[in-house]
Design a protein around this ligand. Structure first.
Ligand code: DOR
Ligand code: ZN
Length: 344
């Protein structure tokens, strides 16, 4: 069909790593995600963090209330692991269908991670329980030691923490979130089928030069920070490879413009508004549009043991410009650029 080059219809996708925030910010950002995705794994790094079943249920309600009328979107909640969190609370939340996964933030690794885990030994009982009940562990994979170069923190985490963890808990399902390095790609590829990874659009598109192009660019700053070109290329090749171990997770992380453009700007790239179009650019440029559906709509639910979404979305080859700013003083990823695809 002549038009098959200009239209791409895929099963409705999900976002397996997303920050929705709370309050006014939640209201401003959730429509962008709900318009594209059937479900999203919602990160628990609020202030205070989501560390109980009750807190997750009430946050889930606030998300549902913020949805545009008629939206067909299911927030999948996560528990924020702390040194003290009780295995029983995690299991209760999982059994009740509230906690889809639990998130490990090494303390101090990123936004609102101060209450995170200070030593993996402190959560061994939780990990044992999760392994037993088949609950997914999502990991922010960076060490926080000040003496480790920021560009090496993911690779060092893999060596020091993740490799031993996968040996100690061979049946634990682990998602290494937002991978940024060739080291991470290689680790995930060679690990067993219990280990997978999410990949963001920005880590497929920018390398660390973007942070300093023509001056300091806070809107290209996120954690883990973008790495050098060979790492971007490896991450992108993994995304478009068709391997079931890699799936879509935007890590869309909105911060108001003034919080980014500040002497100590926050980490996070707000890519939700044009997420699918950004991934479409990547897969199209690499001649892999036929692999987008598996990456966006199949590999994630299969790993999590959840049903695939019903319904489809259609992308059309039609240029659109990304605005410099969106409502809520938010600067979207690729602001000012032209995207080749548009979501119908
Ligand atoms: O860039 C990031 N922003 N990385 C994270 O891990 C957290 C996120 C946020 O919540 O702002
Ligand atoms: Zn994140």
């Amino acid at each position: 069909m002549a038009d098959s080059k200009n239209f791409l219809t895929i099963r409705r996708p999900d976002d397996w790593h997303l920050h929705l925030r709370d309050g006014d910010m939640l209201q401003a950002v959730v429509p962008y995600t709900a318009r594209q995705f059937g479900r999203a794994i919602v990160m628990p790094n609020l202030s205070p963090p989501i560390t109980s079943v009750a807190a997750a249920e009430s946050y889930r309600n606030r998300i549902r209330l913020a949805l545009p009328e008629g939206a067909d979107f299911e927030p999948l909640m996560t528990a924020y692991l702390t040194d003290e969190i009780a295995p029983d609370e995690i299991e209760r939340g999982h059994a009740k269908g509230v906690f889809t996964a639990a998130k490990l933030y090494p303390a101090g690794a990123t936004t609102n991670s101060a209450a995170g885990v200070t030593d993996i030994a402190n959560i061994r009982p939780v990990l044992e329980r999760m392994e037993r009940i088949g609950m997914v562990l999502c990991i922010h994979g960076e060490v926080t030691d000040g003496d480790v170069d920021i560009f090496d923190r993911e690779a060092v985490f893999i060596d020091r923490i993740l490799a031993p963890l996968t040996r100690d808990f061979p049946a634990l399902k682990i998602v290494l979130e937002h991978i940024t390095s060739a080291d991470a790609v290689q680790f995930v590829e060679s690990a067993g089928d219990r280990v997978a990874a999410t990949i963001t659009p920005h880590h497929c598109i920018i390398n660390r030069n973007a942070l300093f192009k023509g001056g300091i660019n806070p809107h290209a700053y996120c954690l883990p920070v973008a790495k050098r070109e060979r790492h971007r290329a490896a991450v992108r090749a993994a995304a478009t490879s068709g391997s079931a171990k890699f799936f879509l997770g935007t890590d869309s992380a909105p911060h108001a413009r003034h919080a980014k453009e500040s002497a100590c700007g926050c980490a996070g790239i707000f890519n939700a508004p044009y997420a699918l179009e950004s991934y479409a650019r990547v897969f199209d440029e690499d001649g892999a549009l036929d692999k987008l559906e598996a990456f966006a709509s199949e590999n994630g639910p299969r790993f999590y043991g959840l049903p695939l979404n019903e319904g489809t979305v259609t992308l059309r080859r039609e240029a659109q410009s990304v605005p410099d700013q969106l409502e809520g003083e938010l600067v979207p990823f690729l602001a000012g650029e032209t995207l080749e695809w548009r979501l119908d």
